[in-house]
Design a protein around this ligand. Structure first.
Ligand SMILES: Cc1cc2nc3c(=O)[nH]c(=O)nc-3n(C[C@H](O)[C@H](O)[C@H](O)COP(=O)(O)OP(=O)(O)OC[C@H]3O[C@@H](n4cnc5c(N)ncnc54)[C@H](O)[C@@H]3O)c2cc1C
Length: 754
């Protein structure tokens, strides 16, 4: 065995999405990072070895404007461009390339960390080093650094270091959680292997192996198999091991899962219940994808009540939005639905205190092993949320190293800086405004070539009969002074409209009723009908306008979207399959569905000009929709005539770094693997071609950047030379399809920025 020692600022153990994002985040803060992964591929459960698709706060479109930004957002957007078909090997490449792009990261693949040197009392331990064995290379490597992040999922590093942890289900009384059992037990979610099938174009035989199970002789509900169809991607419920030890019994669990997969495939091929003659197995997982094991105890344990109440934490560093999604202990053998879901009214917040160990002073954790109760873990465990948590832990670790603090001291002494650093990195944090004093853009006067002041979409597409209640969400800034709808009326009738607020700025549900109007409508088609409904809220926010069902009326979808405007359809019944997922019908978010019509709002127009798209929104400190679109939007662009944004300062500025954040429609639910639904390789609103110019001492505009093929949301331009100027402008020459030019944020930094 070759013995080696590596010294760096930070060691991240585990190369799932949490570990990848933690490593990239810390590397971008200038820290040297060893990323140590025991398998040959990065991505953890999302990798081509396991093939779980990455879900996150959008909850597949249930939560609006909820897609993660920051590193996870970059991965989603890049994958959409390079891999819109959702090929798992190409996803592996997207993740690997993101790591390779960071010169501060040294990647150790195939390196299984299984020794930890730690010292100190049980209450106050410190990790001195971790040691791993590199498979196939006979290298034994010891990693030494002042800080470590356990992203192993199972939590082996913290366990060996003596970190306090929880496992199984806590009793209801521990965190007063409604969904917790009365009595604590050791049950976890089980593990799963998936499979892929393909059509060979000609009949192929399948002879089951000797170990496959006759699934008709098991308690697996056959209706569930029939409903899942012939694609292995729908068999996430082949889950087992929750009543065992998902780590120590891993081998036994794999064998059980394999016996059922081949048994199900035997049933699909040979029972005559499926049209499967030409189908063959293309890939079968061989590693059980693990859902749950240790959860470390931090200074705060996130629990069900925090999720449901969407509790705001002073140390909120990330958000999630997947439902609390718990599965029956017997897994695939359970008669009960494969999962049960509790969906809060919108996205929820995750505190930094849940991301570091309470008793190992130099250890953070990210991913499924964070400090959350079993019930709260039921939502934080999805991978885009694990990734957002990873970014927060990575930045937290980087700052702690920079200041020579423990993560707890960082929370106590540098919390504001931590959160502002996350914002500056475009991380998944919401409701927080930038107060970055080093950002000169915040002092500038912002003007634009044009501003969209009409709140209207008027190009009719398909008619939409008002078979059920529908709703339109629009920004109210500063007031709503009546609204008109384009509609057909088969007979003379009444249009009933309700105006609601959304409660919280990150929510997209009807919360408090503001007013209701009934309007007489004459028979006729394509008529604009005005509703005299008014609202001037204390501060700008969204209105949720419900248009009540009326079989005589049809609204028109628009052929063009408008950022900040959404539509909803009221679902009387959950469209989910109750055998697979048990969704409580009283959950507001699930009641108001969006279908895939988000980009085709109803034709409407308002009379009053809106301030929702003002130029100075690019420096208002918000980096994503929050009670309104929080962006600049120009009027439709004219061929060959760029739209521009201009920053003017009274005093000359020295600028070395410009940050641009473009609109990549965080409402669109980008999915990394199968089930791709987004039709665009690049989000249409993303600015594709632009120039940055500054005003030189002779009063001439001088170009410093010309980007011709942008497809990123956040771009950082480090200028080759220091620019001294009193004015800077961004000229948008083209977008990826949208007619308007849209920018969310501009930041400008001088050379004192590290
Ligand atoms: C079948 C299944 C279906 C699921 N469904 C979804 C879904 O649809 N969408 C979704 O987003 N989430 C889903 N989840 C949950 C999600 O996959 C996990 O919670 C998530 O992978 C956790 O991310 P992570 O980075 O913490 O851990 P992991 O993805 O488990 O990654 C941890 C990595 O660390 C490595 N590692 C472990 N120990 C060591 C060590 N000692 N040394 C070095 N490296 C180590 C592992 O090899 C692994 O690559 C599902 C999980 C399973 C199993």
């Amino acid at each position: 065995m070759r013995l080696e020692q590596v010294e760096c600022d930070l060691t991240v153990i585990g190369g799932g999405l949490a570990g990848v994002c933690a490593a990239i985040a810390a590397a971008r803060q200038g820290r040297t990072v060893a990323l140590v992964q025991n398998r040959p591929v990065l991505g953890g459960n999302s990798s081509s070895e396991v093939r779980v698709w990455v879900c996150g706060a959008t909850a597949h479109g249930l939560n609006r404007y909820a897609r993660e930004t920051g590193i996870m957002g970059e991965l989603f957007v890049e994958n959409q461009y390079r891999n819109p078909e959702g090929n798992p090997y190409l996803w592996d490449l997207v993740v690997l390339e993101a790591v390779n792009a960071e010169k501060n990261i040294t990647l150790y693949l195939n390196t299984d960390v299984h020794e930890v040197e730690a010292q100190g009392s049980r209450e106050e331990r410190t990790i001195k080093s971790v040691t791993g064995w590199m498979m196939g290379a006979e290298r034994r490597i010891t990693f030494k650094s002042p800080m470590y992040i356990d992203c192993t999922g199972d939590g082996l590093i913290g366990f060996l270091a003596g970190a306090d942890f929880m496992i199984g289900r806590e009793a209801r009384s521990q965190f007063q959680e409604e969904w917790a059992p009365e009595v604590a037990d050791g049950i976890t979610l089980g593990s799963t292997m998936l499979f892929y099938t393909k059509d060979t174009g000609k009949p192929v035989r399948f002879l089951p192996p000797s170990f496959s199970k006759d699934i008709t002789a098991t308690s697996i509900p056959i209706r569930r198999v029939i409903q899942s169809g012939d694609s292995g991607c729908h068999y996430w419920w082949i889950e087992w091991g929750g009543e065992h030890d998902t780590v120590h019994d891993n081998e036994m669990i794999r064998d059980e899962l394999a016996s059922v997969i081949y048994g199900i495939w035997d049933y699909i091929k040979n029972s005559g219940q499926f049209d499967a003659d030409n189908l063959t197995l293309e890939w079968v997982g061989s590693l059980p994808g693990k859902r749950e094991y240790r959860r470390f105890t931090g200074d705060y344990v996130l629990n069900q009540n925090d999720i449901v109440a969407q509790r705001e934490f002073e140390d909120g560093v990330a958000f999630g939005g997947w439902s609390i999604d718990l599965h029956p202990p017997q897994g695939m053998y359970a008669e009960a639905s494969g999962s049960k879901h509790l969906q809060p009214d919108g996205i929820y917040h995750i505190p930094f205190r849940s991301l570091y160990s309470a008793n190992v002073s130099n250890m953070l954790m990210a991913g499924r092993d964070i400090s959350a109760s079993h019930v709260a873990f039921g939502t934080t465990r999805v991978m885009a949320t694990c990734a957002a948590i990873g970014e927060a832990a990575g930045i937290g670790a980087a700052l702690a190293i920079q200041y020579g603090l423990t993560p707890r001291q960082l929370y106590q002494e540098k919390l504001a800086e931590l959160r502002q650093t996350l914002l500056r990195a475009d991380a998944s944090i919401i409701g927080l405004r930038s107060t970055d004093e080093r950002d000169a853009a915040r002092q500038a006067k912002v003007t634009a070539s044009s501003v969209q002041t009409r709140l209207a979409v008027e190009q009719p597409g398909d008619a939409c009969p008002l078979a059920g209640d529908v709703a339109l969400l629009l920004p109210v800034n500063p007031r709503l002074d009546g609204i008109e709808f384009l509609l057909d009326a088969a007979v003379a009738t009444e249009l009933i409209v309700e105006l609601w607020d959304t409660g919280r700025k990150e929510n997209y549900i009807p919360h408090d009723l503001i007013g209701e109007r009934k309007v007489s409508v004459a028979a006729g088609s394509r008529q604009w009908v005005g509703v005299d409904i008014r609202w001037e809220p204390d501060e700008p926010q969204n209105a949720f306008v419900i248009i009540k069902a009326n079989p005589s009326l049809s609204l028109y979808h628009s052929t063009e979207p408008l950022s900040g405007v959404l539509i909803f359809f009221r679902n009387e019944d959950s469209d989910k399959n109750p055998d697979l997922g048990d969704y409580s019908p009283d959950q507001l978010v699930t009641r108001w569905g969006m279908r895939r019509m988000a980009r085709q709002p109803f034709c409407f127009r308002t009379g009053e000009p809106t301030n929702a798209y003002q130029a100075d929104h690019v420096t208002n400190g918000y980096h994503r929709p929050y009670g309104g679109p929080q962006q600049w939007m120009s009027l439709p662009m004219k061929e060959g005539k760029p739209e521009w944004l201009r920053l003017d300062w009274e005093m000359e500025q020295s600028l070395s770094e410009i940050h641009l954040t473009f609109n990549d429609d965080v409402n669109d639910d980008l999915i990394n693997l199968h089930h791709h639904v987004t039709p665009f390789r690049i989000i249409p609103e993303l600015v594709s071609r632009y120039r940055l110019e500054y005003l030189n001492g002779n009063g001439e505009w001088t170009k410093v950047v010309h980007e011709a093929e942008n497809r990123k949301r956040k771009v950082i331009h480090r200028l080759e030379q220091l620019v001294k100027t009193k004015a800077l402008r961004l000229l948008v020459e083209a977008t990826s399809g949208s007619r308007t030019s849209e920018v969310i944020e501009i930041r400008a930094y001088g050379p004192d920025t590290d």
